[in-house]
Design a protein around this ligand. Structure first.
Ligand code: SUG
Length: 455
């Protein structure tokens, strides 16, 4: 690749639009925010507008911003598969009465957290010079297991051009291959257009020489397996020299760190992480240093500065770390970081004042998502693209002022501003949601991607 091509490579953040059924159902075991906010009344309209505002302000600041649509919810087809029959209204009413936990699961708007949509390898690192995609199976929880099929269709609709984009099958949806996508994957590099090293962080090993039981979490499940991470790397053609597999610290999982992106974030050569992120911190850094072409810049936050409780409550590490043209980086943190004194002090006195590229902190209000354990970084899927690949995207999915205006008007037209757990059985909500999504696929020009559109 020529120097001009290298400098044209950019990271595009594809944020998930918060869906019309966004609600608080306490579905995610090991996710402290989800478990503690279950049963609250949500505001889907506010959630969608908060997400759109984050996207718009990052676009205005010069970052490339994309959009991924929400999924068809309630997933009445999933209820039918589980034996509920009759009209849609009857299916919803029976599920609400006989299995309310299933109704809540099929209504979740969890696809908004697109960091879990899949794992992406940029063309620079792939042997066939194409961008590679594997949708995550999300088999750890029923409500998220419902996502990958539509996710795959959406990714194929947008990244359709086979000359530039390659799509792989979802890994087998079984505990041994439990995969949660980019939330446990970080690409470290110099410039985006230079070769990168892929850090895959897993919580447990399924086969082979299983490590001692003491090294696995005891309280909460480990959602990513080593075998899943290895399979994705294999699908994408990544070699040993390009990959580092590191075990997440089991104590962190037990403290509520259900994905690596709740305790570490990397961008370019910078790895911002908490002391408790990796079981073998030194080994992980040494291997990264040995494999990376550019010097690694580790930014380590010690436990004495930020406790695990503060890390999980504030989502400091679920920030977006964005590259600026002058070589500095901007950290986009959730508003909750301002509410924890130790965290805010660490940002000011340690991250901003430290000898590292982070020169600016921007605070974003994504509270509707945060109450379900989704911060700024959960809401986006990073796709590193060359200029030619950006030009080859299908659909109207890169944010512009006009698209922002259209999407906010669409949200205002279709979304409710109040959703209580009992509202989920309302057949009217299902109809409103389908009408909204049908219009959205036209607005985004991505063609039919939802089951109700495919017949
Ligand atoms: O899988 N929450 C999601 C949050 C995902 C955050 N993503 C990243 N860290 N990348 C999860 O735990 C809660 C849904 C509810 O309780 O209603 C939920 O699914």
């Amino acid at each position: 690749m020529s120097a001009a091509d290298i400098s044209s490579v950019r990271e595009v953040n594809f944020d998930g639009l918060v869906g019309p059924t966004h609600n608080y159902s306490g579905l995610a075991v090991g996710n402290v925010a989800s478990m503690s906010h279950g049963g609250l009344v949500s505001n889907p309209k506010e959630g969608a507008l908060q997400g759109l505002l984050k996207m718009k302000s990052l676009m205005d600041a010069g970052y490339a911003q994309g959009i991924l649509p929400p999924q068809q919810r309630p997933d009445i087809g999933a209820l039918r598969d589980l034996g509920f029959s009759g009209s849609n209204g009857e299916v919803l009413a029976r599920a609400s009465k006989e299995a309310p936990q299933l109704l809540r699961a099929v209504c979740s708007a969890s696809s908004m957290w697109t960091a879990n949509a899949g794992t992406i390898t940029p063309s620079i690192d792939a042997p066939d010079s194409r961008v590679h995609f594997t949708p995550a199976n999300l088999q750890s929880s029923f409500h998220r297991y419902l996502e990958p099929q539509t996710t795959g269709r959406v990714l194929q609709a947008i990244f359709r051009d086979e000359q530039h984009f390659a799509h792989h099958p979802v890994l087998p949806a079984t505990p041994a291959f439990s995969d949660e996508g980019a939330a446990n994957h970080t690409r470290l590099c110099g410039e985006y257009g230079e070769p990168g090293v892929h850090l895959f962080v897993y919580g447990r090993q399924a086969f082979g020489d299983v490590r001692s039981g003491e090294r696995e979490p005891k309280r909460y499940p480990a959602r990513q397996t080593l075998e899943a991470s290895q399979a994705v790397a294999r699908q994408h053609g990544l070699t040993e020299a390009q990959t580092v597999f590191s075990q997440q610290h089991p104590d962190a999982i037990d403290a509520g760190v259900f994905h690596n992106d709740v305790i570490a974030v990397g961008n370019g050569p910078v790895l911002l992480y908490h002391e408790m992120a990796f079981l073998d911190e030194e080994g992980t850094l040494d291997e990264l240093r040995a494999k990376m072409a550019s010097p690694l810049i580790p930014v380590r936050v010690p436990l004495e500065a930020v406790s695990m409780e503060d890390a999980v409550a504030s989502y400091l590490f679920n920030s977006q770390l964005l590259s600026n043209p002058d070589g500095t980086m901007t950290l986009v943190v959730p508003g909750e970081c301002q509410e924890r004194e130790a965290v805010w002090r660490t940002i000011q006195d340690y991250l901003l004042a430290g000898n590292n590229p982070i020169s600016e902190v921007v605070v974003k209000d994504v509270k509707q998502s945060m109450r379900n354990g989704g911060g700024p970084a959960c809401l986006r899927l990073r796709v590193v693209l060359t200029e030619a690949e950006r030009a080859a995207l299908s659909g109207r999915v890169l944010l512009t002022n006009a698209l922002y205006t259209d999407l906010t008007a669409w949200v205002e037209r279709h979304y409710r501003d109040r959703l209580a757990p009992d509202d989920l059985a309302d057949p009217q909500l299902a109809e409103e949601s389908l009408a909204a999504l049908d219009e959205l696929t036209q607005l985004l020009k991505i063609g039919p991607v939802y089951p109700f559109q495919l017949g």
